[in-house]
Design a protein around this ligand. Structure first.
Ligand code: RIB
Ligand code: CA
Length: 313
């Protein structure tokens, strides 16, 4: 089986970091062509540095690109209260030595998509600014995208406002561009990622692994979890972004449904809301694939296997 070619767009971020561990642990299944970074959890200067530092922690040589430093229209909103001032509080990584690629992330996305003989899957873990600008700049890239699997949205309760999830709230206009581009789209919303809370029991297997990667995973989750437990009363941190990668590796871990989805870009009260038409009242085509449930045990077995595999090298 040929490894699936993907590009990961992210804003590391604790859960982005663990998603990168998961993605880069199985090169036989996922061919990560590049990591593009965007402002989100922390400013771009930190997300791009964090992505490079994480690649070095994993001893993987994947090119990292810096993308957009702010949303399309709205001012940047960051989440240091969740991820810490560095974006990776809870661990201390050395300054990365690997260079940041000179090419802008948007141009890397466009060039890579246009020249690829295979369609490429985009795994988006942060605000969708880079993806939206690439789609606006060269709409023809749509024909070269296998699917966009995005962490974002809230079908019930939001996490940054009562109605919106952080990634889509930060750049709702970019989310609208992506949702209306006509590209196959799978939405990994809070409603499914909140099923994958990293409780102490579920981390037992990772705790049993003695390696810098397992220590980094636990250190990140310990810091990130403290906020989520205090703020949302969760029994641990939700692993939002790793759900996107788990879907790419083992889609059978999830159940999905199809529905028409639109993004609120007008009302401040519901800005960034994913409006989902489950009952077909709009007669709009059910174009989005929505993840509904996750096999939590299978997810943590996969994540533990990934941390163990990265710990071998
Ligand atoms: O709302 C959760 C999402 O926002 C995750 O991707 C997290 O990393 C932040 O980017
Ligand atoms: Ca993220």
């Amino acid at each position: 089986m040929v490894a699936k070619p993907i590009v990961i767009d992210c804003d590391p971020g604790a859960d982005d970091a663990i998603a990168l561990f998961l993605a880069l642990a199985f090169p036989e299944h996922l061919n990560v062509l590049g990591i593009t970074t965007v402002a989100g959890n922390v400013p771009l200067s930190l997300t791009q540095k964090n992505a490079r530092a994480l690649c070095e922690l994993m001893s993987v040589d994947v090119p990292v690109y810096a993308g957009c430093p702010r949303p399309l229209l709205r001012p940047l909103l960051t989440a240091e209260d969740v991820h810490g001032k560095t974006g990776l509080d809870g661990i201390h990584l050395p300054e990365p030595q690997m260079p940041l690629q000179e090419q802008h992330a948007v141009d890397f996305l466009i060039e890579t998509l246009l020249r690829s003989t295979h369609k490429i899957t985009l795994a988006t873990l942060g605000p969708l600014t880079n993806i939206a600008i690439a789609l606006i700049k060269v709409p023809a890239i749509c024909q070269h995208i296998q699917e966009i699997v995005m962490m974002g949205g809230a079908l019930t309760q939001g996490n940054i406002t009562p109605s919106a999830e952080f990634n889509l709230y930060v750049d709702p206009h970019a989310a609208h561009v992506v949702a209306t581009a006509g590209v196959p789209l799978t939405i990994m919303s809070l409603d499914v990622t909140h099923q994958a809370i990293a409780t102490p029991e579920r981390l037992h297997g990772i705790r049993a692994i003695n390696s810098p990667i397992s220590a980094a995973t636990l250190g990140l989750l310990n810091h990130y979890g403290a906020y989520e437990m205090q703020r949302h009363g969760f029994p641990g941190p939700p692993l939002h972004d790793p759900c996107v990668i788990a879907y790419l590796l083992q889609p059978a871990l999830f159940t999905t449904s199809r529905a028409y989805v639109a993004i609120e870009t007008t009302s401040e009260l519901t800005m960034g809301r994913t409006v989902v038409d489950r009952n077909h009242v709009t007669n709009a085509p059910p174009h989005a694939n929505i993840a509904e449930t996750i096999d939590v045990e299978g997810f943590y077995q996969l994540l533990t296997r990934a941390i163990a595999k990265l710990s071998e090298s």
